[in-house]
Write a protein that binds this ligand. Sequence first.
Ligand code: DGY
Length: 324
Amino acid sequence: MKPKVLALQKLSQEVREIISQRCELLEVEDGNRLSKDQLAALLKDVHGLMQSGVKIDDELLDLAPMLKVVSNVSVGYNNFDLAAMRKRGIIGTHTPYVLDDTVADLTIALMLSAARRIPELDRKVKEGRWSKDEETVVDFGVDVHHATLGIVGMGRIGEAVAKRAAFGFDMNILYYNRRRKVEAEERYGAKYRTLEELLQESDFVVVLAPLTDETRLMFRREQFQLMKPSSIFINVSRGQLVDEEALVEALEQGWIRAAGLDVYAEEPVSPSHPLLRFPQVVTVPHIGSATARTRHDMYISAARSLVAALTGHGEAHIVPELRS
Ligand code: DGY
């Protein structure tokens, strides 16, 4: 008998076929909006679940007694309660590799946008506020090229950012990571620093570390106070790494110059959030991996991992903490 899979998203024909070859597939649209009762009815006899960002904890797992594999359509897996999954022998998969370059591109875009004030000056042009008479007002930004970039979290995406920064922008690269990455040091001339040193020395601080118990609220008042007043803070990881009140204070007090944000503690971020008041804060709605091509590749990867983990056909990208 084929294992039963529930997808909490509408799938493309190609993804559907990958799953349907070896599994019985049930797809629901807008699965993230289901009530607990609706979810319970759907989960009661499924062996595999494909979703994005649904909290996989004891409460959900209690509704799914037959569940064996949960496949995330994302590289981040902070939605997994790893202890709850390990206790029940549930495998969790994610989608590494396919999005590295796309997220790195967005990181560079946020650095350039914040440094050269692109959204702010775009509004100025469109609103007819560009005047040749304004001789005293100059729209100066700061240079990205030859500046010092501090990468917090030198994983695959960190390395893709380092590559762009070193070879495209002649940047001096510093990094902080749980372990030293000699490969990155050799390839991109990256230099290892403690977090404190990195914050003190960098013109751009880019956050790419995953959200874990150790990294939650890694950026608080003390960290922002260590940064240069001319520095720019970029977060493309998870909003929960940052104390957002402290970031607001850092911008208000001039402890840092600007910020570029793809992620927020609460998503969607409220339009009344104080961070959105600052012209020097560039915001996008968690689009790190959001190109059509990369999202397609992520779905294919998630489907293949799900099938592999359920049936043994192919290779599954199981998250490191749940590998046996
Ligand atoms: C991921 O896959 O975890 C990213 O946040 C998507 O942008």
